[in-house]
Design a protein around this ligand. Structure first.
Ligand code: UD1
Length: 381
């Protein structure tokens, strides 16, 4: 019997949605692996980048992710502090667990913070959601993505643009696999749950969304949009204007809530609620006439759900949501945000389609490729 140990890393809210189907797909294959003489060990490492109940535990519960095998408890801090704490703690974990592969997802500090010590200790690294580029190096996520991709041994890509970007950066094509989107695996599984007879949304979400009313959903947390009054006040102004035409539900990130308070911004018809879990969020988004966001994942989820989405950013690393999907890249200019909202609210929203391979089976493809690494085909890494 040969051992094969894979450590799957998550740290921040969007990571949990991504690791859930990967861990499930790997576990589903453990029995077949055993029959073929491979003792597959799958470990989950939570870095602790996000730690509030409603930013972390609720996702483990709802998405049926097994409890982490190791919690690094790094918490918040400056980028350097947080990333450094992750690196030091994860290096110790690697030396103790000695995994064959480390799987990192997305573009948060936990992604690079774990990829780097793993690679330096000679452990293979697989990056899920590789190749996405905003070409905006002022975004911490863009730095995290580029560095993680540069040192990864397997790069799992969600959309064609990612393959092109990696190719342009000189990544060896045999490391790159276009597999689809693990966020959509989670979305489709959760969608079946909320459409089932037993689903009851949380009281806050039900009170807002469950009355057959027309409404919009907002998320906003990018430092470039919320950290300064100069950035946030004009965005808040146009959102308040839109809220006069359609009520807006805003599950608000702790970072943003603190800034709204600090800058003394009035709620103006925008209904602030605490962060909600992934299933409640899906319930709210699925029934919305419009989503306004600066998040990455929501651009993808709205595309699959066919819900019009206005992205309050100057760029997106997920261009397929604009070219194929329902996403409007409006930037942060109030006039452009309002023009997009007008188009949507007057019934003229563009009709989108679902990008190739966003079919709910990306994690299965990833698991199959990872398990092949126990016995790589000649010529494959
Ligand atoms: C991080 C990711 C971002 C992702 C977002 C999703 C990086 C560089 N950024 O940003 O890409 O879109 O997560 O939410 O990794 N806080 C709490 N409770 C928590 C977590 C954070 O109150 O459980 C507060 C703290 O004041 C903290 C601040 O939020 O300082 C920011 O948290 P942090 O993880 O550093 O970055 P995010 O803005 O959440």
């Amino acid at each position: 019997m040969r051992g094969f140990s894979i450590a799957v890393v998550a740290g921040a809210r969007p990571n949990f949605m991504k690791i859930a189907p990967i861990v499930r797909a790997l576990r589903e294959r453990a029995g077949a692996a055993l029959e073929s003489g491979v003792d597959l060990r799958i470990s989950i490492v939570h870095t602790g980048q996000h730690y509030d109940e409603n930013m972390s535990e609720v996702f483990f519960r709802e998405l049926e992710i097994p409890a982490p095998d190791r919690h690094l408890e790094v918490g918040s801090g400056s980028h350097a502090e947080q990333t450094a704490r992750i690196m030091v703690a994860f290096e110790k974990y690697i030396l103790w667990e000695k995994p064959d592969w480390v799987v990192v997802v997305g573009d948060v500090n936990s992604t690079i913070g774990c990829a780097l010590p793993a690679k330096k200790l000679g452990v293979k690294v697989a990056h899920v959601e590789a190749g996405l580029r905003s070409f905006d190096m002022s975004m911490p996520e863009e730095i995290n993505r580029k560095l993680t991709d540069a040192i990864s041994d397997l790069l799992f890509v969600t959309e064609e643009s990612g393959v092109r970007n990696l190719c342009a950066e000189g990544v060896a094509p045999e490391k790159v696999f276009l597999v689809g989107n693990v966020m959509i695996d989670t979305l489709l599984r959760n969608k079946a749950k909320i459409e089932g007879p037993d689903f009851i949304p949380s009281p806050a979400v039900k009170a807002f969304c469950g009355k057959g009313r027309r409404y919009a959903v907002l998320t906003l947390h990018r430092p470039s949009n919320v950290d300064s009054r100069e950035a946030l006040a004009p965005i808040w102004g146009v959102l308040s204007e839109i809220a006069r035409r359609i009520p807006i539900l805003f599950p608000v990130h702790p970072r943003t809530r603190a800034k709204i308070g600090k800058f003394g911004l009035k709620e103006n018809g925008i209904i602030l609620v605490d962060p909600v879990g992934s299933i409640d969020m899906l319930y709210a988004v699925k029934g919305a006439a419009l989503v306004l966001t600066d998040s990455g994942g929501l651009q993808e989820e709205t595309t699959v759900l066919g819900i019009p989405c206005i992205t309050i950013r100057e760029n997106t690393e997920r261009p397929v949501t604009v070219t194929v999907g329902t996403n409007y890249l409006a930037g942060t200019d109030p006039g452009r945000i309002l023009a997009a909202a007008n188009e949507i609210l007057t019934g003229n929203a563009k009709k989108g389609a679902v990008p190739p391979l966003w079919d709910g089976n990306a994690s299965g493809r990833i698991a199959d490729i990872l398990l092949r690494q126990k016995n790589p085909e000649p010529g494959r890494s």
